[in-house]
Design a protein around this ligand. Sequence first.
Ligand SMILES: Nc1ncnc2c1ncn2[C@@H]1O[C@H](COP(=O)(O)OP(=O)(O)OP(=O)(O)O)[C@@H](O)[C@H]1O
Length: 261
Amino acid sequence: MIEFENVGQSFPRPDGSRVVVADNINAVIEEGEFVCIIGPSGCGKTTLLHQVAGLNLPQTGEIRVHGRKVTAPGPDRGIVFQKDAVFPWMKVIDNVEYGLACRNVPKGERRRHAMAYLDAVNLADVADAWPKQLSGGMLKRVAIATVFANGAEVLLLDEPFGPLDYLTRRQLHRVLLDLWSNRTEPGGKRRTVLFVTHDIDEALTLADRVLVMDKGRIVKDMRLDQPRPRTDNDLATPDLLEAKHVLLRHLGLEALAGEAV
Ligand SMILES: Nc1ncnc2c1ncn2[C@@H]1O[C@H](COP(=O)(O)OP(=O)(O)OP(=O)(O)O)[C@@H](O)[C@H]1O
């Protein structure tokens, strides 16, 4: 579904040196996979997401989505940024409909479609509200409803729940997994999700595959077969604790891995 072939990227630093953020990355993400990307700040996670989105093209190599080389943004890929994921000058329902309106989907059809997704994230009753009237967690739900309603097959989520409190994050994990696992989709396929996070527990809760990045390289590719939803108790079971330790070690945090048991 998403293929990275010899993807390379570096940026100039103020001192004239260059920081390598993608160091010959080769990877294949299968259709329908929920992949979390973790790694230290500045290792290249956002850059990789932007490259898949077509917002920033790699200097070397290429990325293919469904076999087609990425050369620009497109409706097959939807992105949710950490901040500013909702247009403040549009009512909630208009935000959710926006991508469909851009593709000239008739008004009645796109309203029904958008309302179904707002309903799925429990926000049907605020469809006519302005974003400024909603809480941070509600705005994230709007952003998730929007990216699903737009129909993109690849969803790129860049620390979407970063600034939220624990309870809201946990609720949003459930909302996201419910949408992803198709319970609200009419016969559709699972979307392919790339989800950037700093939070190992979030990755262990959500992903069926975790990629650990460091200095522009994928240093660990871990599969998680445990059934979802995964509760806090599940995260404390031996196999997920072991997975956490492995991830911590690949992040260079062996000391924390020792404390976690
Ligand atoms: N357009 C740009 N021009 C110059 N440097 C850039 C540009 N975009 C990113 N960088 C640099 O590339 C490095 C990787 O940035 P990136 O945002 O991909 O990291 P990240 O892993 O997502 O970090 P974080 O977890 O802190 O969000 C950083 O050092 C950043 O300053």
